[in-house]
Design a protein around this ligand. Structure first.
Ligand SMILES: Cc1ncc(COP(=O)(O)O)c(C=O)c1O
Length: 451
């Protein structure tokens, strides 16, 4: 806040976030790319917090864009960026450097068995684009199946496989794009004895795929926990069954661990729980801990076949040394500081806290997720499970007023779902603070939107 002397009036407090020139320029020169901007100017980000223009601290419960697993401005990352910007930054795409080969080897060491060849890129969409191109090339097919609640990115192939948002108004998606519903235990489509019957749902989904397919299936692309789809955790056994469906049809299974990879769920990769190795694994967001780095990882056999068929994915930033050095450091810090285990322990504390809030607030219909990737679904009442979008938005606003950054996804036929995903470095006291602020925010929002 700064004191402003208005002519003919007393001195008043004005927030530095209200800087008129900043907002005029933003309005004039920025393309609006989705939703609205927070009415804040963020000046600094450190650890689990970001700081606005008034120096107010805001607890970041979304790890930026679900990416900053080490918190913001981690000293080890700052050091590695500083070192490489001075000595080894960007190269001709046909040149190799030590950080690139070392990161590929480290990813292969951590990845599920058999996944040992990496392509290092910049964004999640790009990694999925590469995975889809490789799957098409080696299978000779072109049809790609995903989930109706998926998000795989904003570029051509990735967007064609993204169904949770953004399909309308952009013309035809790639020919051969298909989707089946992801299982949702809170709102099951198929039940047996009152429980989700995911096997029947999966069989039904593939029956629809088989009817639509022209016999040219290339891949199924899936997130182990659909994040933008409302934190839908594929139930134990589902992924193995999905893989089997792929094997039966000669299609590849691509797992997109943009959000679930690198420790977030309490395992290095979420698919470890299921003991299922995909044919292609894609990593992004968490691999660079917030800096642009992505990877596509596959088996030697698939890579050999793709290479023999002339696989091309030549980009400006492929195999860039600086982001590779960052990725190497991220994996080193995650391992050195035991952050995979920490995500499990801190996630259990956070989940317990959210369940306590659920017992106090009728509007919390469901708490779900794994490790430090949790979901909180807001409904009008627990019996009808009717979505409560306005209440969810109001809770988000109240959280921000109190200094807690939360993100809600709104999907048809679901209540608003908060995605709660603080950095893996979050402390117990920061978790407790977040829970306390959320509790207060819900109380206030419910007063504004009773019923
Ligand atoms: C699961 C998943 N895959 C891919 C992407 C796309 O990543 P990017 O925005 O880096 O292209 C996202 C982004 O939200 C995502 O959540």
């Amino acid at each position: 806040m700064r004191k402003v002397q208005h002519p003919h009036t007393e001195v008043i407090d004005m927030s530095r976030n209200d800087d008129p020139q900043f907002w005029q320029q933003a309005r004039r020169h920025l393309v609006r790319y989705g939703g609205s901007f927070e009415p804040l100017i963020i000046e600094r980000a450190q650890g689990s917090f970001v700081y606005d223009a008034d120096g107010r601290e805001i607890l970041d419960f979304t790890s930026g864009q679900m990416s900053a697993v080490l918190g913001h401005s981690h000293p080890d990352i700052a050091a590695v960026v500083t070192e490489h910007i001075h000595s080894l930054d960007h190269l001709f795409s046909g040149m190799l450097s030590r950080p690139v080969v070392a990161l590929a080897a480290q990813i292969a060491r951590h990845a599920p068995p058999g996944l040992e060849r990496c392509l290092l890129l910049s964004t999640g969409a790009e990694s999925n684009e590469a995975a889809l191109r490789m799957a098409k090339l080696v299978t000779g097919g072109h049809e790609v199946v995903g989930f109706t609640q998926s998000w795989h990115g904003m570029t051509g192939g990735a967007a064609a496989a993204t169904y949770s948002a953004g399909r309308k108004g952009y013309g035809p998606a790639a020919v051969g794009s298909m989707a089946i519903p992801a299982p949702n235990a809170y709102r099951p489509r198929f039940t047996q004895h009152g429980e989700l019957d995911w096997r029947r749902e999966l069989d039904d989904g593939f029956e629809q795929v088989d009817r639509q397919s022209t016999g040219s299936l290339a891949a199924f692309i899936a997130e182990p926990i659909l994040s933008s789809g409302g934190i839908l955790d594929l139930p134990p056994g589902y992924m193995a069954a999905l893989k089997q469906k792929c094997v039966e049809r000669g299609m590849l299974l691509i797992l997109d661990e943009a959000q679930t990879g690198v420790g977030r769920t309490g395992l290095m990769f979420a698919c470890e729980r299921d003991g299922v190795a995909p044919d292609i694994l894609t990593l992004s967001k968490t691999l660079g801990a917030g800096l642009p780095l992505a990877a596509m990882v596959t088996t030697a056999a698939i890579e050999e076949e793709a290479h023999a068929r002339g696989f091309l994915f030549y980009t400006t930033h492929v195999s860039d040394p600086l982001p590779a050095a960052v990725g190497l450091k991220v994996l080193e810090v995650v391992e050195r500081d035991g952050l995979v285990e920490r995500a499990r322990v801190a996630g259990a504390r956070l989940e317990q806290g959210l369940r306590r809030l659920q017992s106090r607030h009728e509007c919390i219909g469901d708490v779900r997720g794994r490790g430090l990737l949790l979901g909180l679904e807001v409904v009008k009442d627990r019996d009808s499970k009717e979505p409560a979008f306005a209440l969810g938005e109001s809770i988000t606003r109240e959280c921000m007023k109190l200094g807690l950054s939360m993100n809600i996804v709104k999907l048809p036929s679901m209540g608003g779902v908060f995605r709660v995903a603080p950095p893996l470095t979050v402390s117990d006291s920061e978790i407790d603070l977040g829970l306390q602020l959320l509790d207060k925010a819900i109380e206030t929002a419910v007063d504004i939107h009773p019923g």
